[in-house]
Design a protein around this ligand. Sequence first.
Ligand SMILES: *Cc1c(COP(=O)(O)O)cnc(C)c1O
Length: 378
Amino acid sequence: MKKIQMVDLQSQYQNIKSEVDAAIINVIEQANFINGPEVSDFKSELEKYLNVSHVIPCANGTDALQIALMALDLKPGDEVITPSFTYIATTEVIALLGLTPVFVDVLPDTFCIDPSKIEEAITDKTKVIVPVHLYGQCADMDAILAIAKKYNLKVVEDTAQAIGADYTHKNGKISKAGTMGDIGCTSFFPSKNLGCYGDGGAMYTNDPHLAASLKKIANHGQVIKYHHEVVGCNSRLDTIQAAILKIKLPLLDGYCSARQKVAEYYNHAFAEVKQITTPYKAPNTTHVYHQYTIKLSGVDRKELIEYLNSHGIPSMIYYPLPAHKQGMFKSFGKENQDLPITNQLTECVLSLPIHTEMEQEQLEYITKHVIYFINSFA
Ligand SMILES: *Cc1c(COP(=O)(O)O)cnc(C)c1O
């Protein structure tokens, strides 16, 4: 049996090696390392795939979030509503820009921000809501967009884990994750569902003014070379990365269904195990399973992780410490904020290996060991 990994990027590469190698060599031969034609090709192809007017490529997902907030003309002290149960980047950029993160609890089933808790967190300083489409399914966007409209707030979607997911609105319209709010932010980090071979990211928007602003900020605040209108940064997608992403974008839907098949296998195998709650998928969104995350009850999680490890099965806790308890936010004094679901999830979630080239044999082996441990020791 092939070695089990959380993500098996080597096996995925082997299946596209000749195309990828040729594309990389081509960029090197052309020496178009910065803003080569592959960057604008990929941008247009992603716009088409997402059915969005503007994609602005950038250097990574964290930059995408930072630049998105910079484009919204906020003042220091303005408040940004965000879940605490997320990867640190979502919340870090808020504080970095002198804004105030306001943490809201998540739903126990979808792990995404709880819309019913957003309204009570709104003050006259609130300017933005940043929902995170955690693990690969969309947050409850109809509810979030309705609140944003009512209070005149901007919505920045963190879709780093959900590229390719579809959300069905109440009116039947289907939107791709990241194209529903004012700005969507994604990451092409290698292990993401559409990953490159280094760092990469992008912002999406349907608003031409925001698109111009995002593009300008990502390019040192300039539209005309050497004329810097606003304070910006240097955030570009490398041509080599764009060339790789151009090859992988047409494969994305296939990659998502491969992940969905893995999830189905796990769901089925764990259906009768009462100590395991398999991931819930909300009816109005597809789930692209960036992570397959179970909730454990009556199981010593640490011992399970060690047992699996000793049998060559990796597993991960995403995320062991929620944002509101991180040292970086100490000055906001939120470490004792009552976010019961967030706090509870950090104690009981466990993510199992899931990727695009998983083999039946590996899945049988993983599920057999998880169930064996639970039946014997729990
Ligand atoms: C990966 C990730 C990011 C950051 O992306 P980078 O490209 O690593 O900067 C932001 N938010 C979430 C939810 C992520 O999973």
